[in-house]
Every structure is written in structure tokens, then in C-alpha cells.
Design a protein around this ligand. Structure first.
Ligand code: ATP
Ligand code: MG
Length: 420
């Protein structure tokens, strides 16, 4: 991709009403555009990052047997009345609107009812179970506060998975598999070290459900954590549970701000009974299906990466989710020979399958180009200029560490060619 073809441009200042660091940096670097409070456009660079996060999420969900579907946002009242989640008094985040043809519809803020209803057509025997269904789909929620940039919006992507099991053992096995998959996802996108599987209240069969909480000052949540013992609990659990069961004392736990990047929840038979999803066990008895739900917010995860890993100069992407691997910064491009030389390097990187953003702007000054490059945060910056052409060595700067290396053209291609 050539920067001269990219319609977005960096800006010195973030929009004045933007208070969250993630949104300030992402807006300035041209990843996102704020359309209104709680609703953002994801521009070419931003969409690339979200796609990479979603690819990782898909790989891990497919890896534990997930099957991907896509369910509608538009919802009629009937189903949700069966579970008593239609009434605005009961659920205060609904967006609802009227149909021209008459009647009211809501925009789905979650999909337990919808998927359970679908399954009624496909499940009849214990032999049909277990299975695991997920989607990466848009949720709508009339959130009260929307001050955390892309981490809390009124329209957002959610990866939501629902498990359908015949027995508690099947359910427990999947629940643990999903928890491990979540940890792998957060490791792969670069926030694993600061992300704790946190004990939260609620959930059928066991005392706890689990939130995946990433320690961060920008967080809206509070957790109590022993970084040493690797244990975290939320406020309710701190107040209500016997902590010795979890191998910690109150004194071990330090209060920290955190971001809930995901959560997993045993639903028991709440929705299967409400909606009427039953199977026949091996004795021919009718039983309600045992369910679980498992959520991740890809944009909240993206905001968390920005919040955690950025520095005073801008964003620092881990390679796994960076929009490009290499930022090729061309200098002295008004010189026709340098121009040809830099085009050659760009094409060679590109032909080797290396994802490269080429700053091919002729007018921009070097300082401006470097500042933009730091702000955009691509993992490796390679400078191509009159000097590199004459000396045959390329300066390669690692964004994260600032490490500088000088590589020959062949070394350069070999270096990035071995990655990914
Ligand atoms: P919160 O307590 O932060 O409101 P929640 O408990 O309502 O979260 P869930 O309903 O479990 O969240 O949604 C699953 C995941 O979707 C969350 O863990 C989070 O990553 C993401 N998510 C939830 N609400 C939003 C939002 N308004 N904007 C962006 N992502 C969200
Ligand atoms: Mg919420």
C-alpha cells in the first residue's frame, strides 16, 4: 500500500471531545473516525487491525470446535418475552424501532435467545450434542457512558460463542478449553501478560463465572489481584466469597483498574428451559440442554492493545495485529534515481509477501515522515534514500525497542522474508 493512495492523513491533534488515549491515538493516526459518541468508522488501517484480531479469534474458536454462523440484528419481541428480556424495565440497553408494516423490533444486544431458538430445529437426542456455535457480529447497546473510545461503543463487534451440551462434564470440559483459547488469544494479540482470568460471581454449577480483565489505568473496572500468585477477583467476589478457596488472602490482593476484554459464563438451563430446547438422553428422558456463553470484544481488545503498548510518540503494534509489518519510508524522492531505487525495494518486499506501507510522499519532510511513522506504529521502519542507494545499507528501526540495524538489500529481504 502506498501512502499517497491512502485517503487518510495523520493529524497533530485528536478531536477535542476525545478523552480516551486509545481513541486519541487511533484518530490522529487515521485508523478510526468518530461519527458520534459511541459510534466509530474503522478506516483502512483500522479495519486491517480488526481483521487480524478477528482472524486470531476465529483460529482459536475453530481450534476448539467452534462453528461460525451469522445471526441477524433485527429481533421481534416474542422470543425475548419468553426469557423475560424484552421489557425495557428489565434490560435497559435495547435500541428499539417500529416496522412500517406494524410492530416493534429491537436491535440485538446479545444472542442467547436467538441461537437457542435456532437449535430447537436441530437438537433432539443426546447424540446431537455437544456443539459450539459462534459469530463475529455487530451488537447494539444503549450504553449510558461512551467515554472510553473504541472500548465502549453503542454499536460494536462481538465474538459471541454459545455452547450446547448434554452433561455437566461435557460443559466443564468445553468451558476450560474456551478459557485456554481466550488466554491464547490475548497472548497472541500482545496483552496476555497483563490479562487475568478473573473470578466473578454468577454462573450455573460452579460458584464463579470468569472475566478476562487486563490491568490498565484506562480501565473502567476494578479488580483485586495478586500478580505474584496470578489470581484476580472482581469486587463482588472480594466481598462475598471465601478467598482461601482460591489460594489467596485479602492481604495478597491489590486493587487495580482493568479492562474487561472478554468473559465466559455457564448459563445452565436458563435459556433452554425458557425457549424450549430439550434433548432425549440415553434413557429416553427429555432434558433441557446445558448452555454457556463466551464473549470477546474485538474493538475493545484493539483499544486495550493501543492503551497498553503505546508510548509518547504514538502507537506500538505487536506484529500479530499490525496493519503492516514494514513501514518503508522514502526520502529524497524528488531525485529520479532514488525514486526508482525505492520503487524497486518496495516491489521486492511486496513480491515476497511482506506487508508493507510505503511512504512515497515526495513533498513531506523527513522529520514529518518519521513522526508519522512513529504515530502509526508499524513494527519495523526501513528507510530508503539517496544514502541507502549509495551505501547499499538500509537502516531498520524496531518501533518497540528503538533498536537500529543496518542491513544490505539481501539481508533485508531475508530478514522479513522469514517472518510469518
Ligand atoms: P461491560 O461490563 O464492560 O459493560 P459486559 O459485561 O456488558 O461488559 P458482555 O455482555 O459480556 O459485556 O460482552 C462480551 C464482551 O463484549 C465484553 O467482554 C467486551 O469485551 C465486549 N463489549 C461489551 N460491551 C461493549 C461495548 N459497549 N463496546 C465494545 N465492546 C463491548
Ligand atoms: Mg455492559
Amino acid at each position: 500500500m502506498r501512502q499517497t493512495k491512502l485517503f487518510t492523513k495523520t493529524r497533530k491533534e485528536a478531536p477535542a471531545d476525545e478523552v480516551a488515549k486509545n481513541a486519541q491515538l487511533l484518530s490522529r493516526a487515521g485508523y478510526i473516525y468518530k461519527n458520534m459518541a459511541g459510534a466509530y468508522s474503522f478506516l483502512p488501517l483500522g479495519l486491517k487491525v480488526i481483521d487480524k484480531i478477528n482472524t486470531i479469534v476465529r483460529e482459536e474458536m475453530d481450534g476448539i470446535g467452534g462453528q461460525e454462523v451469522h445471526m441477524p440484528s433485527l429481533q421481534e419481541s416474542t422470543l425475548w418475552q419468553q426469557s423475560d428480556r424484552w421489557d425495557d424495565e428489565k434490560v435497559d440497553v435495547w435500541f428499539k424501532t417500529k416496522l412500517k408494516a406494524g410492530g416493534e423490533v429491537g436491535l440485538a444486544w446479545t444472542h442467547e435467545e436467538v441461537i437457542t431458538d435456532i437449535m430447537r430445529q436441530y437438537v433432539s437426542s443426546y447424540k446431537d450434542l455437544p456443539f459450539f456455535i459462534y459469530q463475529i457480529q455487530t451488537k447494539f447497546r444503549n450504553e449510558m457512558r461512551a467515554k472510553s473510545g473504541i472500548m465502549r461503543t453503542r454499536e460494536f463487534w462481538m465474538k459471541d460463542l454459545y455452547s450446547f451440551c448434554a452433561t455437566e462434564e461435557q460443559h466443564a470440559e468445553f468451558y476450560e478449553a474456551c478459557a485456554s483459547a481466550y488466554q491464547r488469544i490475548f497472548d497472541r494479540i500482545g496483552i496476555g501478560e497483563k490479562t487475568y482470568r478473573t473470578f466473578a460471581s454468577g454462573g450455573a454449577f460452579t460458584k464463579f463465572s470468569h472475566e478476562f480483565q487486563t490491568l490498565a489505568d484506562a480501565g473502567e473496572d476494578i479488580v483485586y489481584v495478586s500478580e505474584q500468585k496470578g489470581v484476580a477477583v472482581n469486587e463482588e467476589v472480594l466481598a462475598e466469597a471465601d478467598l482461601s478457596e482460591l489460594g489467596v488472602d485479602k492481604e495478597d490482593l491489590v486493587q487495580k483498574k482493568s479492562i474487561e476484554v472478554g468473559n465466559i459464563f455457564s448459563l445452565g438451563t436458563k435459556f433452554s428451559e425458557a425457549i424450549g430446547l430439550y434433548y432425549k438422553d440415553s434413557d429416553g428422558e427429555q432434558r433441557p440442554v446445558i448452555m454457556g456463553s463466551y464473549g470477546i470484544g474485538p474493538a475493545r481488545a484493539m483499544g486495550t492493545v493501543v492503551d497498553l503498548l503505546s508510548d509518547e510518540k504514538g502507537i506500538v503494534w505487536p506484529e500479530s495485529v499490525a496493519p503492516f509489518t514494514v513501514h518503508l519510508v522514502g526520502l529524497n524522492l524528488d531525485d529520479a534515481e532514488v525514486r526508482d531505487h525505492s520503487e524497486g525495494v518496495y516491489n521486492a518486499l511486496h513480491d515476497r509477501g511482506i506487508e508493507v506501507l510505503f511512504d512515497d510522499r515526495v513533498e513531506a519532510r523527513p522529520g514529518e515522515k518519521f513522526a508519522d511513522s512513529d504515530l502509526i506504529g508499524i513494527p519495523y521502519r526501513v528507510v530508503v534514500s539517496k544514502k541507502t542507494k549509495e551505501e547499499g545499507k538500509f537502516e531498520v528501526v524496531t518501533r518497540k525497542s528503538g533498536e537500529v540495524r543496518y542491513l544490505t538489500e539481501d539481508e533485508l529481504y531475508a530478514d522479513f522474508g522469514t517472518q510469518s
